[in-house]
Design a binder for this molecule. Structure first.
Ligand SMILES: *Cc1c(COP(=O)(O)O)cnc(C)c1O
Length: 388
């Protein structure tokens, strides 16, 4: 049997290992110099003014919502086709979550659906405080369109770019903040670069950056300028807000900074593999990923959609045949509102039909920088068998 081929995995070099070992031999395993150095590397890459490294993208999304003032009774809207964290972060703040159906070609938030929903919400006084735009598979949402709507209706924008570091939108690096308040990246090992676990929020707004930095570490400051009175002594700190321990360690940050040096290479390798899938799968009864011309995707995922009416097989049969051949395909994602927790909040099947049609047909094929051509050929051959 072929060794297991995952849908995504990390690429670790000797230099990465050395970077982590160097931190292990240094004075600081956490709260040392590696975290600000990694933050600077990501902020510089993106062309953003500020960055806040944390222990996961989930934490970064939570801090981003809090920094934007999301609280009880507020409305936060996001895509149903995303990881649950994109919606949960708003619930952590006591807000209500709602979902905007996806575009049938890009699978990201449909700007038309968003515009319709905003017009209705304005009538009933239910406008969202924040829209979380998820760059599914690495492809940017229609940020110019969403941003124009934010001007008209007065909501803030978080880009959930967990899939999208290294990508571009309108020829500008994702994370530069041109069309949003805060952009969040994930460094989970299946994502484009990794720190083991980890995430980062980037922004051009100093006030938002300060809030996130404060909340990342218990709401505590050691900066006299932020204190309510002159420090009692050199030991002094103040807790100003109810924060969390969401800090990233220096071990993680050193790995992240070392990975950053190969980010562009990882994304080009993903592009080369994607082009190869596109060519070799062209005649299969599948819908292949469509790339909007405004977009240079980070290509976190390669999602195919089965033409079920043409196949004598079900979605599960094709999926199971790939899994049985030791190809760890996956499905990104089950529409969030179909989860039992969200159904208890009142959501019902049929709420976002485009998302549900996508869910009925989608499979994520293996895609990662180190995927060998031989393994990719095996995936394609196995898929061909599974489809016939
Ligand atoms: C992975 C992911 C997250 C959460 O990232 P973690 O770093 O695992 O917390 C959030 N949103 C999306 C779209 C993701 O894919």
């Amino acid at each position: 049997m072929n060794p297991m081929i995952p849908y995504g995995r990390q690429t670790i070099s000797e230099a990465d290992i050395q970077a982590v070992v160097d931190v292990l031999r240094s004075d600081f395993l956490t709260q040392g110099p590696a975290v600000p150095a990694f933050e600077k590397a990501v902020a510089d890459y993106c062309g953003a003014h500020h960055a806040c490294a944390v222990n996961s993208a989930t934490s970064a999304l939570h801090l981003a919502c809090l920094a934007l003032g999301v609280g009880k009774g507020d409305k936060v809207w996001t895509s149903p086709v995303t990881f649950v964290a994109s919606a949960n972060c708003a619930l952590y703040c006591g807000a209500d979550v709602d979902f905007i159906d996806i575009d049938p070609r890009t699978y990201t938030i449909s700007t038309e659906k968003l515009a319709e929903k905003l017009a209705q919400a304005e009538q009933t006084g239910q406008l969202p405080k924040v829209v979380i735009a998820v760059h599914l598979c690495g492809q940017s949402c229609d940020m110019a369109g969403i941003h124009a709507l934010s001007r008209r209706y007065g909501f803030s924008i978080i880009e959930d770019a967990a899939h999208a570091i290294g990508g571009k939108y309108q020829n500008q690096v994702i994370g530069n903040g041109r069309y949003s308040d805060i952009t969040v990246f994930s460094f989970h090992p299946v994502k484009i670069i990794t720190t083991g676990e980890g995430g980062m929020a980037v922004t051009n707004n100093a006030e938002l950056a300060n809030k996130m930095a404060l909340l990342r570490s218990h709401g505590i400051t050691r900066d006299p300028a932020q204190m309510t009175h002159v420090p009692d002594g050199a030991w002094y700190y103040q807790q100003l807000e109810l924060g969390f321990n969401y800090r990233m360690t220096d071990l993680q940050a050193a790995l992240g900074q070392s990975q950053m040096t190969r980010l562009d290479e990882f994304v080009s390798q993903r592009h080369a593999l994607t082009q190869r899938y596109d060519t070799l799968l062209a005649d299969f009864p599948l819908t292949l990923p469509w790339q909007h011309p405004d977009n240079y995707s980070g290509l976190h995922l390669y999602v195919i959609r089965l033409h079920l009416e043409q196949l004598g097989k079900t979605h599960s049969q094709v999926f199971d045949a790939l899994r049985a051949a030791n190809i760890a395909v996956n499905l990104h994602y089950i529409p969030v509102y179909l989860q039992p927790y969200y159904r208890r909040l009142g959501f019902k099947p049929g709420y976002c039909m485009e998302a549900e049609r996508y869910y009925a047909e989608a499979i994520s094929l293996p895609l990662y920088a180190d995927l060998t051509l031989a393994d990719q050929d095996y995936v394609i051959a196995t898929l061909q068998q599974a489809l016939t």
